[in-house]
Structure formats: C-alpha cells, structure tokens
Design a protein around this ligand. Structure first.
Ligand SMILES: Cc1cc2nc3c(=O)[nH]c(=O)nc-3n(C[C@H](O)[C@H](O)[C@H](O)COP(=O)(O)OP(=O)(O)OC[C@H]3O[C@@H](n4cnc5c(N)ncnc54)[C@H](O)[C@@H]3O)c2cc1C
Length: 467
C-alpha cells in the first residue's frame, strides 16, 4: 500500500522483451496507484522479436525461441496465460551438423559416435580425449572462448566446433569474446573439477545436466511464432505503453529523473529502467553520468542478417531433416549457419514446404548486412546449394537486417560490468535491463528484468514509504 505524499512514477524505456517483462514484474509487485509507463521509440513493440506470417510461413525476425530450462520464463508464460500456446521443438529434429571440408558432419554427445565421426582428424579426436590430462588455468585473468577451448580440447576442435558455436549463438568471434561472460559454467567446471570431462562425469553421477555449454533445454516457441508473447504483453498493458516515443536523454533533478522525449514535453519520474541496447542507454545517460555513458558505449555489437527462404517442390530440401548446421569461419563460406524451421516447428511452413533460416554477418563479417537484398539472396542461396545440394531457387524470401544486432561480451566485459554497477550505485532509481549485460538469450533478458524490478521495488520502499 502507498502510505504518503506524491505517488511514485516509474518509466521503462524500451519495448523489447526486457522492457515488457520489467513492466509485467513491476505491475505484479507494486500497488495499482503507482504509475508505471513504458516508452518505445518505434511504432511497434518487440525490438528484435517479430514474426511475419505470410503465405502460411511464420518467419521470426530475430530470435525463434527460448530454451525451456529456466523456470522463471515458463512462469512468466503462465502468468501471461500462454502456456497452452507453447510449441516445443520437434524432438525428431534434434540432429545438428557442422559443415567442414566440404560436407556436413553430425555432431553427437556420445563419446563413441564422436570418436568414430569424421568431423575431426584422428589426431584432433585423440587430442580431445586428452582433456582430463590438461592442467587447469591457475590465474584469474579473463580468457577468450577460443583460447580456452584450444588449451583444453586442442586447436582443431576449437576451430571446428567452438568457433561455429560462438558465431551461431552470439554472431561473435570466439577469439574476441570472454569465456567468463559467455560461458561462465565452463570456467566454473575447470575451476572446480580441473577438467571439463571430470566435471561432466561428476554432474552425470549426481543426476544433473551434463552438457558444458550446449543448449540444455528444448527450444520452445508459440503457435504463430515468438511474436505471440509480445502481442500478449500489448493486450494486457496497452494503457501503460506509449509507442512512437523516443527518449532523448535523462537529467537528474532534485525531484527525480527528468525524461526528455524527441519532439515532446519532458516528464519527471521517481525511477527509470533503461531496457534499451547499451549504445542507446549510453546516449540517453550521457548528460546524467558521462563515465557510465562511456562504459556503455564500450560494449560492441555485431551486425547480422537473417534470411528466411521457403522452398516448394525442391526434392533435396524436402529430404532435409534435423535442426540445422553451423559453419566454422575458416571454411570459406559467409553464412554462419542455417536452421530448418519447418522441421523444428512444423506448423511454421505450409505442408510439404521447407523453411530454412540462415544467418549471415556477425562480428567477423560486418559488410554482409550491407549487401543488397538481391546480393544476399544469391549469396545465401548459392552457399545453401553448395552445402545442401538444393536444386531450386527459393519460392519465398524474407530478409531481416540488424546493424547492431547482438551485444558482444568481449574480454574485460565482467570488469566493465563491475564499473557500470559502481556508477549505478551513485544513481539511485536508475536500472539497466536488456541483453547487453548478463546474457543475450531471452531467458537472460527475463531474469535481468525481474532483478531490475526487484531492485526498483526495494528502492521505492526505502525512499517513499511503500509498505
Ligand atoms: C538475429 C537474432 C537471433 C536471435 N536468436 C535468439 C534465439 O533464438 N533465442 C534467444 O533466446 N535469443 C536470441 N536472440 C537474442 C534476443 O533476441 C535478444 O537478446 C532479445 O530479444 C533482446 O531484447 P531486449 O528487450 O533486451 O532488446 P531489444 O529487443 O533490442 O529491445 C530494445 C527496445 O528499445 C527500443 N529503443 C531503443 N532506443 C530507444 C529510445 N531512445 N527510446 C525508446 N525506446 C528505445 C528499441 O526500439 C527496442 O524496441 C537473437 C537476436 C538476434 C538479433
């Protein structure tokens, strides 16, 4: 209950999954009298989440699902009454592949299948088996994902298996991103058990999930694509949401934080959650705290293009089965990988048609996103033809571009976060949600949204006599 004087007013900036989840968590935690408003610069909500539903195809713009391993996200789905609309990935589409030396190789967690697979040379496979003998790193310095992998499982496995995983998940460069920030579990496994294999064995014995960094959990979406969740947020909270409202900057005043909009009057709020990309937050906070703004600008972003191709009547395409494939950067191809959406979510393509979703660009190929539609289509199609043996041109095409798509947790990211937190300590009532800090997945965004909401409620309770 509110006990006194003026009502607190809260602003959330950014209407992607981070901002919308923050709005939801705050609405459930604060009395109805507290004014909570969300400002989105665009005329639509969702940020990188979008689903085009055309000609029987469902093409997700950016993310195409979340892993069902985080109870908080599943609880959020229930709170939004969307549990009946969840669509887990088809278990028959579990097989994943890596393209190497001109062909696709199935990847398997089974040691026997791995040892008999042709993905790595015999020498490369033997080097992987020596992992338990490799001494753990003793110092506490940040290490790149590539260096860690090369040290533990050998350079060949790092190039063939870890490099494509990083470009597939983060659009990132394995040599530039930090193990500590991207795969903290792996760092812990080495620290606690001295070896990844030993850690996996110990976890297996204790009945816990054994995978070091792979996608434990099942990819899950909704009927009609991921945008379903954004539509639901909008239905529930339309009165609190203001679209077409780009925030220019925030200024600290004795009354709180004055939020200035592009082309509109400013408003003062008691607390503000910035659920905007780090570079946008940097700009918004520039006149509030220059140091914080500089730190936020230091978080780089990778550009990406997502190419959705629908094939009708291509015999080879119809034979495709499995989840998809990844391409190591040293294989001379520009696509980072493709997933077979019509195998994973069978209701996202018309019966008998095949929907492939390929990613191109990333941190190591920033020029790809600048290609014209025609150039992208012919480049991606010719690489798919070479890799999969497709015979026909796509009958259906959708392309989505992200100039600054995915934040990169490069070496030093964890130190940067500590400094960001120190600056935030001097700005009570300002919180940073979004995928730029503690994880890029949708689960991470939801988790950080809840943390931001809880901190904000504590702040209001302490400063405004909320009971
Ligand atoms: C191609 C691609 C594929 C992905 N695949 C997956 C996947 O399969 N699974 C997964 O878990 N994650 C995936 N991700 C990551 C995931 O999509 C993102 O981390 C997540 O959607 C980010 O949400 P967000 O709300 O933090 O940011 P955003 O979605 O970027 O939202 C930020 C919002 O802030 C608004 N904004 C910006 N500046 C201002 C301003 N000045 N004033 C007001 N509003 C402003 C923007 O318009 C935007 O709506 C993928 C990302 C991309 C790009």
């Amino acid at each position: 209950m509110m006990a006194q004087m003026e009502q607190p007013r809260i602003a959330i900036i950014g209407g992607g999954i981070s901002g919308l989840s923050t709005l939801h968590f705050l609405k459930r935690r604060l009395p109805v009298e507290v004014s909570i408003r969300l400002f989105e610069s665009d005329s639509r909500l969702g940020g990188t989440i979008g689903s085009d539903r055309v000609d029987g195809y469902v093409c997700d713009w950016g993310p195409n699902g979340f892993l069902d391993r985080v109870p908080l996200t599943l609880r959020l789905v229930e709170e939004l009454c969307l549990q009946d609309r969840l669509r887990p990935a088809n278990p028959q589409a579990d097989n994943r592949f890596i393209y190497r030396h001109g062909r696709l190789h199935a990847i398997s967690a089974s040691p026997i299948k791995f040892m008999t697979s042709s993905l790595l040379s015999l020498r490369g496979r033997l080097r992987v088996t020596m992992e338990p003998l490799i001494k753990p790193k003793r110092d506490d310095t940040d290490e790149s994902v590539f260096d860690f992998a090369a040290r533990r499982i050998g350079r060949e496995a790092a190039e063939a298996m870890i490099d494509p995983m990083v470009s597939g998940i983060f659009g990132g460069d394995a040599k530039a991103v930090s193990l500590r920030s991207c795969f903290p579990v792996m760092e812990e496994m080495e620290r606690n058990y001295g070896s990844l294999f030993r850690a996996m064995l110990a976890k297996k014995k204790s009945g816990k999930n054994a995978g070091p960094a792979g996608p434990s959990g099942r990819l899950t979406s909704f009927d009609n694509g991921l945008y379903t969740i954004i539509e639901r947020f909008h239905e529930l909270y339309r009165d609190q949401i203001q679209k077409d409202s780009p925030v220019l900057r925030i200024i600290k005043t004795p009354q709180g934080y004055q939020v200035e909009f592009s082309g509109g009057p400013s408003e003062t709020f008691s607390a503000v959650v910035l659920a905007t990309p780090a570079f946008a937050s940097a700009q918004i906070l520039h006149d509030t705290d220059r140091q914080l703004s500089d730190l936020l600008y230091q978080i780089p972003y990778a550009s990406l293009a997502v190419c959705c191709f629908g094939y009708s009547g291509d015999k080879r395409a119809r034979e495709l089965e499995g989840f998809g494939f990844l391409v190591p950067r040293n294989e001379g191809k520009r696509i980072l990988g493709s997933i077979c959406t019509s195998s994973i979510f069978q209701d996202q393509a018309p019966t008998g048609q095949v929907l492939l979703r390929s990613m191109i660009g990333g941190y190591t190929d920033p020029a790809a996103v600048q290609l014209t539609d025609n150039d992208l289509i012919s480049l991606v199609h010719s690489e798919l033809q070479a890799i999969l043996g497709l015979q026909t041109k796509p009958a259906f095409v959708r392309i989505f571009r992200y100039e600054k798509g995915i934040p990169q947790f490069t070496l030093g990211h964890s130190d940067r976060l500590k400094q960001i937190d120190q600056r935030l300590d001097t700005l009570p009532g300002i919180y940073l949600a979004s995928n730029a800090y503690s994880g890029i997945g949708l689960n991470d965004c939801v988790t950080r949204a809840l943390e931001s909401a809880k901190k904000l409620v504590t702040f209001l309770r302490a400063s405004m006599t909320l009971s």
